[in-house]
Design a protein around this ligand. Structure first.
Ligand code: CAA
Length: 387
């Protein structure tokens, strides 16, 4: 690493590693099969301060930095990627967003229970016809005296079914592009707000992904986040932090796959010797470890940039792009090293391979990360790294 971890960061890493290995890992395979939401584990994680890590203690958070958050998220993802995505969305795109853009009243009412882990949070921007291009969203909100009335459908919402508090974007002015989008905080149980279909997915099976439906849903005007028209910038800022989270999740799953492949290759014998003796496999493992280390450097670099108050949009996109592509390669190679057994549910690599597939898709596809990076590189938004 380019920098040394502090005593506190090392302590957090050890604490979360022990917890993840003892509590989260043992039931991960079963959870993948039953698709059961890890409510009990999330409750225990809340006790450890993992659900509002970067929020200040004043609002029930742990007051940790982003580097510590990356360390913690890696450990949870190593054990169970489904649990990690719930943690990532809660910490990055939900808690940090209300912390940064919320009013004091919103922080008291929403951030406090979220950061304490008493309530699960969701972030709803994507729609059936607006994924990579959220400006084209059609959910809209109309002011009606001291309320807004929201109508529309959101899609692919992580924790949609389990969330008690959701940040939702909607157009408040259809004549404006991104400047016509606003963000609202909506509570579960608000009349006109319901959970639609739940997706059947290839991976991250214990994390629910749902539609959210708004039919004349009346939200108090004080639950507007920021000002009218701020919604797109709020969402983009949220995603900058979120993308570091997905990079961290990728590191955790890749490390688990690499460890599994290395240990299997030492045990499995063919042609009279452990398959780890064959140069073809040794090189494969060496490439996996190198890619993983490179992704780790990029991710910690983005996190450290964020912690030091520097711009980090491009670094977050680079980390997310590289780490999510890396984990797809590493899990595919880990499965290959396991041969036929890797294709069975007996070995965890099969799950790692399925879970990792969405990492290059959600919170901005790899193609969108390249758009963000190229925009910085070619425009006046370019911020160099060590130069
Ligand atoms: N921070 C702050 N502001 C930003 C910003 C950022 N990172 N990126 C852009 N903006 C601002 C720009 O400065 C511009 O503002 P001004 O007009 O005032 O200058 C405004 O936003 C519009 O910017 P662009 O013209 O660049 O916007 P665009 O329409 O071309 O889109 C994009 C840019 C990067 C492609 C964006 O649309 C994008 O990120 N798309 C992907 C969406 C995405 O990631 N969806 C994932 C859904 S969430 C999810 O998956 C969560 C989950 O449940 C796991």
């Amino acid at each position: 690493m380019l920098f040394e971890l502090t005593e506190e960061q090392l302590m957090i890493q050890t604490m979360v590693r022990d917890f993840a290995q003892e509590v989260v890992l043992s039931t991960a395979m079963e959870r993948d099969r039953t698709k059961e939401f890890p409510a009990e584990n999330l409750r225990k994680m809340a006790e450890l301060g993992l659900m509002g890590m970067m929020v200040s203690p004043e609002y029930n958070g742990a007051g940790a930095d982003t580097v510590s958050y990356v360390l913690a998220l890696q450990e949870i993802a190593y054990a169970c990627a489904s649990t990690a995505v719930v943690m990532s969305v809660q910490n990055s795109v939900v808690c940090e967003t209300i912390d940064r853009f919320g009013t004091e009243e919103q922080k008291q009412n929403y951030l406090k229970p979220l950061a304490a882990g008493e309530v699960i949070g969701a972030f709803a921007m994507t729609e059936p016809h607006a994924g990579s291009d959220p400006v084209s969203q059609s959910t809209w909100a109309k002011r009606d005296r001291d309320h807004y009335i929201i109508n529309g459908t959101k899609r692919f919402i992580t924790s949609g079914k389990n969330a008690g508090i959701t940040i939702v974007t909607a157009k408040t002015d259809k004549t404006k592009r991104h400047k016509g989008i606003s963000a609202f905080i909506v509570r579960k149980g608000t009349p006109g707000f319901s959970v639609g279909k739940t997706e059947e997915k290839m991976g991250l099976c214990a994390s629910d992904t749902t539609d959210l439906v708004f039919e004349d849903c009346r939200v108090p005007a004080e639950d507007l986040l920021g000002q009218e028209g701020d919604g797109f910038k709020i969402a983009m800022t949220a995603l900058d932090g979120g993308r570091i989270g997905i990079a961290a999740q990728s590191l955790g799953v890749a490390q688990a796959a690499l460890d599994a492949a290395a240990s299997y290759s030492k045990e499995r014998e063919q042609f009279g010797q452990p398959i780890a003796k064959f140069q073809g496999l040794r090189w494969m493992l060496a490439d996996m470890a190198t890619e993983l280390e490179a992704a780790r450097q990029l991710t910690f670099f983005a996190a450290a940039n964020k912690d030091s108050g520097k711009k980090y949009t491009m670094q977050a996109s680079m980390a997310k792009l590289f780490a999510s592509e890396m984990v797809n390669d590493v899990t595919a190679k880990a499965l290959q090293i396991h041969g036929g057994y890797g294709y069975t549910k007996e070995y965890a690599v099969e799950r790692y391979y399925r879970d990792a597939r969405v990492f290059t898709i959600y919170e901005g596809t790899s193609e969108i990360q390249r758009v963000v990076i190229a925009n910085h590189l070619l425009g006046d938004r370019y911020v160099g790294t060590l130069r």
